[in-house]
Design a protein around this ligand. Structure first.
Ligand code: ADP
Length: 397
């Protein structure tokens, strides 16, 4: 049984072909510059690579290029798409409409499209990809959609509501939705497996720290709270995103700089965070290197991000009245031993200890807490594609 996982953006399309018997990746690839020129990079698991510049005016031509790469190119991995049991799509925004993954129907496509107002960069692109898949593969391959937001649909109103006039919640659905839910779900369940316990009996904090970053509190096996909000701008500072700030600071800047709402949005999403503070880069490795070399603003950016992570972890310990396990995942969480060590050094009040030798790893699944630690601390590489493939398989079974 093979599942094809699609993560489509407006000008790009990432994909993986996963063998579900072994849960291994058979091939993965990326189509870029859809809508302008078009290029594909396709990698088979055995190391064969196929690349080509090929016109991709729409997502349909991108899928045609993928079919060629998978079935005919020198890096082919299957004879025909008939071997594929289903297609699973990553969808960024499911709003309050989707509390779980589901099979694609005309109504589902319509609903994802309607939610595009809350994710204008993502949902319209997902819909284009789903329609292109239907055009390319017909109705014979079932398609499923897996939402970044659905894991967070278990939050209670007291957690997801903003203290704004209630009418805006009613009129526009203004509330916290969260993001990275597929990753938080995957990692929290993996923590429970590694702890050898039912996830319902654990209080878990998952720190998904990449260029985009969020922290989720998992209690009774479901999401209790999460740091991202109405959009993925909320929470703690990220590569280019500000995270939570006083809205009055924004209205003040907007007035002083004659910025409209779109300009403020652009500043907070693309010119803030690690990049905005350091002036060096949004990339954690570059900022850490500059900090090590004595760049004061880079050092400030690193210190700020770690402090903000610590505050979210602490607030979720308080909100859940305790924590049994903390997990680090995503680009920075999986690779930056110094950040993990620094954050955990400030959790001694919880009885957290770190085994620095075990912590000295990158991108491996390891329990890094000391044998005397009262809280288990893990590094768990996230695997959103596998989670999407598992949901897709479950839906067609
Ligand atoms: P996203 O999926 O949100 O784009 P990723 O999860 O891929 O982000 O994480 C990217 C971040 O991970 C970058 O800031 C990068 O610098 C950081 N990163 C990757 N490898 C390392 C490493 N070895 N040490 C420190 N940071 C790393």
């Amino acid at each position: 049984m093979k599942i094809f996982v699609v993560n489509a953006g407006s000008s790009s399309l990432k994909y993986q072909l996963i063998d579900m018997e072994t849960e291994t990746v058979l091939a993965k690839g990326l189509c870029e510059r859809i809508g302008t020129s078009g290029a594909i990079t396709h990698k088979a698991a055995d190391g064969r690579v196929y690349t080509a510049d090929t016109p991709m005016p729409t997502h349909t031509e991108a899928f045609e290029a993928v079919v060629y790469a998978m079935t005919e190119s020198p890096a082919k991995v299957i004879d025909s798409f008939d071997e594929i049991s289903a297609i699973g799509h990553r969808i960024v925004q499911g709003g309050a409409v989707f509390s779980g993954s589901c099979l694609v129907t005309p109504k589902v496509i319509e609903q994802i499209e309607e939610l595009g107002a809350m994710a204008p960069l993502h949902n319209p692109a997902h819909v284009l990809a789903i329609r292109a898949c239907i055009k390319t593969f017909g109705e014979k391959i079932p398609q499923a959609v897996v939402f970044d937001t659905s894991f967070h649909q278990t939050m209670e109103p007291k957690v997801y509501m903003y203290a704004l006039p209630y009418e805006y919640y009613e009129k526009y659905g203004i509330r916290k939705y969260g993001a990275h839910g597929t990753s938080h779900r995957f990692v929290s369940h993996r923590v429970a497996d590694l702890e050898g316990k039912d996830i319902k009996d654990l209080k878990i904090i998952v720190c998904h720290i990449g260029n985009g970053a969020s922290i989720t509190a998992v209690k009774d096996g479901v999401c209790f709270d999460t740091s991202m909000g109405f959009t993925p701008l909320d929470g703690f500072m990220m590569g280019t995103r500000s995270g939570t700030i006083d809205p009055s600071a924004l209205t003040y800047i907007a007035e002083k700089e004659s910025m409209n709402a779109a300009a403020v949005n652009e500043m907070c999403n693309h010119r803030s965070g690690m990049l905005g503070i350091s002036g060096v880069s949004n990339d954690n490795r570059d900022v850490c290197k500059a900090a090590d070399e004595g760049n004061e603003r880079a050092k400030l950016a690193v210190d700020m991000q770690r402090y903000q992570i610590l505050k979210f972890v602490g607030s979720y310990v308080a909100a859940m009245n305790g924590v049994d396990a903390i997990a680090f995942t995503a680009g920075i969480g999986e690779n930056d031993a110094d950040l993990r060590s620094n954050v955990c050094a400030n959790l001694t009040y919880l009885g957290v200890t770190i085994d620095e030798e075990k912590n000295h790893i990158r991108g491996e699944e390891v329990k890094i807490s000391g044998s005397d630690s009262k809280v288990s601390v893990y590094v768990i590489p996230t695997n959103e594609e596998l989670a999407i493939a598992r949901d897709t398989l479950a839906l067609i079974s």
